[in-house]
Structure formats: C-alpha cells, structure tokens
Ligand binder design. Sequence first.
Ligand code: NDP
Ligand code: MG
Ligand code: MG
Length: 341
Amino acid sequence: MAELFYDADADLSIIQQRKVAVIGYGSQGHAHALNLRDSGVDVRVGLREGSASVRKAEDEGLRVLSVADAVKEADVVVILAPDQVQRHVYRDEIAPNLNEGAALVFGHGFNIRFGYIKPEAGHDVLMVAPKGPGHLVRREYVDGRGVPVIVAVEQDASGSAWDLALSYAQGIGGLRAGGIKTTFTEETETDLFGEQAVLCGGASQLVQYGFETLTEAGYQPEVAYFEVLHELKLIVDLMVEGGIAKQRWSVSDTAEYGDYVSGPRVIDPRVKENMKAVLADIQNGAFAERFIADQDAGAPEFTALREKGEAHPIETTGRELRKMFSWIKPADSDYTEGSAA
Ligand code: NDP
Ligand code: MG
Ligand code: MG
C-alpha cells in the first residue's frame, strides 16, 4: 500500500521560512506561485526577458525578476518551465546563480530521470507533482480544497528534504487532498506511459478511429461526433466517480453487454503488447531522446504532427457543433479554437 500524507503530517512553517523562486508562470507555475503566496510563503517569479507571462504574474501582485536574479534571492528554486527547455535554463541561469544548500523542486521528473539535469551534491532535489492541470490546482486551492500530489526526494543533502517536500506540498494545497510517496523514476515513467498509452495518445486515437469508421460507413459526422467524442466525458466522469464498475452500472444493459463482447475485440491483446513496447521505449530513454532531439532541431516533427491532428475532420465537425453547446464554457486558460495549427 502506498504511503500517504495529509496536512497533519506536514509543517507549513518550514516553507514559510524559505525564500522561494518559481521559474516559469504557465499552467503549473502560476498555480504553485499563487497558492504558496496565499499560504504565507515569500515567493518571487523568475521569467525570461520579454516573456508573455510577466504581465500575468505582475497583475496578480507577484514580484517578477529575471531567472538569474530570482535564483540569487532564493533558497528554494522551483523549476516549472517546459520540460524541453529546463536543462538550458538550468545550465545557463540556475546553476551559476544557485545559492549553497538551495533546494530544487520539480513538478515532473523528466529531466532528472533521463539525466538532462544533474544537480550538484549539496542541493536537496524534490518533486511535488500535482495530479491535475495547473488551472485546477489553483481553482481547488481558492475553493479551500486541493488536487492530490505525488511527492519524491531524489537527493537529500540537508537530511530534512522530506520535511521540506511535505511542507511545500501543503503550501500548494496538495495535502488537503492527500500526497502519495513516489520516486522520480516511478513518477516519470508512469506519467509518460499514462499520457502516451491511455489518456492522450490512446484516447485520441480511439476517438479518431471511431469517428473515421462511422463517417466512412456513411453516417453523418455530426452524429458520429456525439457518439464517439462528446459522450466520452459522461463515461469518464462515471469512471472517476466510481470506477469502471459504476460506469457499467449506469449505462443500459445493452451498452454494458456490448462493452463486454466488443471491447476486447477492439482493444485486443495486441494492444497490450504495443503498450509494453511503448513502456520499454520510455524506460530505455528512446522516447525522451526522440522528443529532445526534435525540440533541439526546432520541433519539426512535433509541429507537423500537431498540424496533422488539427486537420482531422473531427476537429472541423467539433468546432461547428460546439457552437450549439451554450453550457460548454471555455476553461480559464489561453486556449483558443484552432490555435495549435
Ligand atoms: P507551461 O508551458 O504551461 O508554462 C511554461 C512557463 O515557463 C511559461 O510561463 C513560460 O513563459 C516559461 N518559460 C518558457 N521558456 C522559459 C525560459 N527559457 N526561461 C524561463 N521561463 C520560461 O508549462 P507547464 O506548467 O505545463 O509545465 C511545467 C512543468 O510542470 C513541467 O515539468 C510539466 O511536466 C509539469 N507538469 C505540468 C502539468 C500541467 O498540468 N500542465 C501537470 C503536472 C506537471 P514564456 O513562454 O511566456 O516565457
Ligand atoms: Mg505529463
Ligand atoms: Mg449512444
């Protein structure tokens, strides 16, 4: 059974006595910075020159400095820039300015697990990774709740890295919901696997194939969209509330029977073999290497794949249909329809 932590297991005063620099003010960065600030922690934000994020942070009353200056002031440095740029920011701006004994906090283990960042021995290296998008991490905190976090210590230079990690997790509201003890390796490998095989990659491909199968058979795209994409949310909500069992309890007996007899025909044992191959490429570093090589080359493969995805007919159908759904409010983010292409 996993080791769990709640507010009662942590001492908020530890992080309240530290000077925290949050590097990056995107999805996670804004949530960590604002939640810590509202928990009585001394926070500054480090951003690159000309960053579009500066105004957002300043509008919230946060002090914004260059990355170098923020790091110089801090004894806890939280690295929440995108994974693919973290090693550049670390090498050029963080490491040369890092105070002796300053702790490093990550929101995802990618750069440590795959060796792109190798902190010197004198620094605590921690991870506090909320299991939800940053906008939810902020919203839940404001509402007096929290998003569960997973917590890890890679390097315990001070001998009290776990106390700091739990205090930080409490500061962002995560221990209101609960924290789970993990390692950088477990977090990184399971996070990448989940998003690739099931949540993002698997689900997107399943929906696209379902849409293609129906429209190629002559059914109307609008009707197909409802059946394979729109209703997915209702099904997933039921799973989250009560597992697959509650989902099966809620749908009709017809749907439940179809689930049993046709699910394993669509997702057959070969899919599990494919999943194992995906997991192997995560574990042996092949995925990380491919991602970083493409990013370093200006992301040609990433950009082409994003454009191909945006051009899929289900997106055109969805853009029109969603105008009918007055109750679907855009989330509190900067996303605009079609902006990815
Ligand atoms: P975003 O892309 O949302 O935000 C990145 C932020 O970093 C922006 O403010 C950006 O500002 C800034 N930034 C970009 N380049 C630099 C640079 N060279 N120097 C300084 N700042 C820079 O990132 P996420 O919040 O999605 O991800 C941050 C970390 O959190 C990652 O490790 C990710 O894996 C992890 N994580 C993310 C989750 C999520 O919900 N998104 C969930 C759990 C973990 P600008 O471009 O304006 O300069
Ligand atoms: Mg992830
Ligand atoms: Mg139906």
